[in-house]
Structures are given as C-alpha cells and as structure tokens.
Design a protein around this ligand. Structure first.
Ligand code: UGA
Length: 453
C-alpha cells in the first residue's frame, strides 16, 4: 500500500511512541527505532513499554485495523531510509553538573547522516526533543552535514518542533494541541512540516495556531513554557508560605482569586509539596546552566528550584509540629509517583520528603502508591517499606503525609485515618481534603492554611 506520508520516529519514550501511534491512527506510516531490543520487541508485540493512559487501547486498535502502519526497528539508518521525514524524539537527560546531556541526540544525528549519505532523496529532519538553543542548527544540522556530505536546505530540511504533551495526557495532548510551533532552517522545511500537520489534524487546525519561527526561537519556546509553569508552581508555594503566616487565610481561595484575572489563569497555581517529573527539574536546570555558560546568571530560576526543594523540608516541619518529633515513630506516605495517573518516579517530591525524614533520623517509613510501588522501590530501595494497601500503610502509624493526589486517597474520610492509625495525625501536601471537615475531626495540617482555635 502507498501512504501519503512515511515517518521515522527515532526514540520510543513518551513523545516518540505516543505521537507515532497517534500519527499511525490517521493512516500515516510510522517506522520507529530504538536501540533497545526488548523494548522494540514489546512494541511490535503490541505492548507499550511504560504505562500511559489510552496508549494500550490505541495500540490494540491499530494492530486490529492495520499492523503495517506502525513497526519498530532496532536500526535507525534503515528507518530513515524507508521514510521521507525523521523525527528525533530522544531523551535529553540532566548531567551531574545539571547541564543538558545531548549524547543521544548526537548519536541519532550521526545515524541520520549515515542514512542520508546513501540516499539521493530530499529528507526532512525534525527535532522534537527539548534541546538548548543552537542545538538543532549547530549540533544536529552540522553532524548530519559532516557525516552525509549533504547540504542543509538543499538536500535535507531541518526543523525544530517542541513538544508540549503531559504524561497521563500524552494521547489527548497529541491529538488536540493548543498550538504548533515550527522552527525552521528555511521556508521549504517549515512549509513541508506545516503541510504534514494540515494533513494530520485536518479541521482541528482551525482552532490551533501554527507559529512559524527560526530554529533557536522554537527551542527557547519550550524552555519558556516549562520554566513559566514551574515558576507558577513555586510562586503558588511561596504564597502558601505567606498564607501560613496569617491565621485563617486559605491559599486555595487566594490562588482562585488571583487566577480569575483574564491575564493569568488558575492552572498550575496549586500549592503543594512541590513539582517533580522528568521535565521541569531537568529543563529549568538545563536552561539555567546554558545561560550561565553564556555569561548570564538566572536569579529567577534559581529561586524557582530553591522554593520547590524547600517544600519537602517544610512538609516534614509541619508533620513534626503536628505529631511531635517523629524519630522512632511510624510515618505513612500516601502517594509516591510525581503526579497521579502515572508510575513515574523521576524527581518525585516523595524522594525529597523521604530524604528529609531520614536526615532527621526517621527510619520507620512506609509508602503506598496505587501504581508506583514498583518504580518507587527501584528508585528508593529499602529507604522505606512499601505497603500493598492504604490500610497497611496507615496501620499503627503516627503521622500520615499525603504526597500524590490519587482519587483513591480522595475517598478517605477522617474515620478511615482514625480507624487504622495509632494516632491519626494527617498532613495534606496537596490540598486534597476539605480543610474544615478534616480540621474538626483530626489533628490536621495542610499546605497554605493555618487555623487558630
Ligand atoms: C510538563 C508540562 O506540563 C508539559 O507541557 C511538557 O510537555 C512536559 O512537562 C515535558 O516537558 O515533557 P509533566 O511533567 O508530564 O508535563 O507533568 P505536569 O502535569 O506538568 O506536572 C508536573 C509537576 O508539577 C507534578 O509533580 C505536579 O504535581 C506539579 N504541579 C502541577 C503542582 O505542584 N501544582 C500545579 O498546580 C500543577
């Protein structure tokens, strides 16, 4: 069968696999590639290598309708040669010195170069990974040119299209984005990518602006986005700390009042135990380190990270103010994943809370997460115990700290805590529970509110 578009996706993490499957669902032929043999096998067997809402169902559907539309190789050169457009969706992790690790991007650029050396067709290369400004042109473009002997703009096109999907909503965000940002080395590259999205999205593009700009601006848009979202969270956390200085002030009401300003909006103003995940820390650190290497020191981003780290210390302070010194007592952590709906533990607030508890000599810690117990154990080992149920976590404990706002925890009533705990001290790190109800019923503390009797 002949398809209008054949696309290679180089990297099979959240961005690569989710967008690839979404493209394939609209009859675009996708050849993904990973160096991980087992991962490729799983994907070809119709199994996602990580949990993401809706992904398994889409893969099942695709296998039923037309399995030819999506396959995964362990040969990136072959994947590029069989397609017209290649998307680089490799990870860009954080190095020990907090700067960006571009080694996977570098390797992929070499592989694309090797493929293009063997081909006479015009090929469009699109960087979808989050990369610091200058990477697409000066690293990816340069390596492809050196390895292939081909000329950018003439023999191959180059775009940078940042990705804005959130874990847990990857499919929905891919199918219904709020904008598409296309940075391009020249008009031809940008037009080719825009045409592809016009084909893929059809009518949806009527409500979704497509912004065209140069490569470096597009690279910086992504950092602008993640840094502003992290800043909003740290701002809300700072105000939560202000709110705790004034009895009976409630941060949730304050942020609602602020967020209704049409120039702002109330999303990402939820105060809590701090942000986690594979993106915010990594990206805020990467752009901070990048700007420093260019002679500019960011004071804003330093504060955003500092406030976030301090929330973990603050919540342990709250727990000890409520329950007294916790050393020698059993502490239960409700939720370990960096947010609900995922088993991802990367940079999760629970890790910082556990480190702080242990620093204070508290070793009897038990955690329960509906999805992340296994990944948490991989991350934290025997620093804590892992409970199979809420009841097991709460049993005999003297303080519970709510860290991830799973629905399963929302259902708990003050009686549930009273029934299972030795002393029912509860700290709400996500403002999940109705303050007045819980405050009346239990020894209770919550981020961003203090009541005087
Ligand atoms: C984030 C961005 O939201 C995406 O747009 C971006 O594409 C992605 O990073 C990325 O760069 O790949 P993600 O890390 O999946 O997505 O998760 P978010 O939903 O943004 O949550 C991040 C953290 O912020 C979580 O720990 C969450 O609990 C915390 N958060 C979020 C708050 O503490 N308060 C809020 O009001 C919102």
């Amino acid at each position: 069968m002949v398809y209008k578009y054949s696309i290679s996706i180089l990297g099979t993490g959240y961005i690569g696999l989710c967008s690839g499957i979404c493209f394939a669902s609209k009859k675009i032929r996708i050849i993904a590639s990973t160096h991980n043999k087992e991962k490729a096998q799983m994907i070809n067997d119709g199994q996602p290598p990580f949990y993401e809402k809706g992904l398994q169902e889409m893969m099942n559907e695709l296998n039923k309708i037309n399995p030819e539309l999506f396959k995964c190789l362990i040969n990136p050169v072959q994947a590029v040669l069989e397609t017209d457009i290649s998307m680089i969706t490799q990870g860009t992790p954080m190095r020990k010195d907090s700067s960006i690790d571009l080694s996977y991007i570098e390797r992929t650029a070499k592989e694309i170069g090797e493929a293009l050396k063997k081909s006479d067709k015009y090929h469009l290369v699109v960087v979808r990974s989050t990369v610091v400004p200058g990477t697409t042109r000066n690293l990816v473009g340069k390596i492809i040119t050196e390895v292939s002997g081909k000329e950018p703009g003439k023999d191959f096109g180059l775009c940078m299209q940042p990705e804005f999907l959130k874990e847990g909503d990857s499919i929905e965000d891919t199918l219904r984005p709020d904008r598409i940002v296309i940075g391009a080395i020249d008009e031809r590259s940008g037009a080719m990518l825009q045409e592809f999205y016009e084909y893929f999205y059809g009518d949806h593009l009527q409500n979704c602006p497509v912004l065209r700009m140069n490569l470096e601006s597009a690279e910086l848009v992504k950092y602008g986005n993640n840094c502003l979202l992290s800043t909003k969270i740290s701002y809300a956390n700072e105000f939560a700390n202000f709110a705790e200085l004034v009895p009976n002030v409630d941060i949730a009401q304050v942020m609602k009042g602020v967020g209704l300003d049409y120039r702002l909006n109330s999303r990402f103003l939820n105060a809590g135990v701090g942000f986690g995940g594979s993106c915010f820390h990594k990206d805020v650190n990467a752009i901070k380190a990048w700007s420093k290497s260019k002679g500019y020191t960011s004071r804003l981003l330093e504060a955003v990270l500092g406030i976030n780290d301090d929330q973990a210390i603050h919540i342990v302070d709250m727990a000890e103010q409520l329950a007294g010194k916790l050393a020698g007592k059993k502490v239960a952590l409700l939720g370990l994943a960096f947010k609900p709906g995922t088993d991802d533990m990367r940079e999760a607030a629970s890790i910082r809370v556990v480190n702080e508890l242990r620093k204070r000599g508290i070793t009897d810690i038990i955690g329960y997460d509906p999805k992340a117990n296994k990944t948490a154990e991989m991350e934290m080992g025997d620093k804590i115990k892992y409970a199979k149920s809420i009841e097991e976590a709460l049993k005999d404990s003297e303080c519970a700290i709510l860290i991830t706002e799973w629905n399963e925890f929302k259902k708990l009533t003050p009686d549930d805590f009273k029934k299972h705990m030795k002393t029912p001290n509860l700290v709400d790190g996500r403002r999940l529970y109705d303050y007045d109800t819980f405050n009346k019923a239990l020894p209770f503390r919550a981020i961003g509110r203090i009541n005087l009797e």
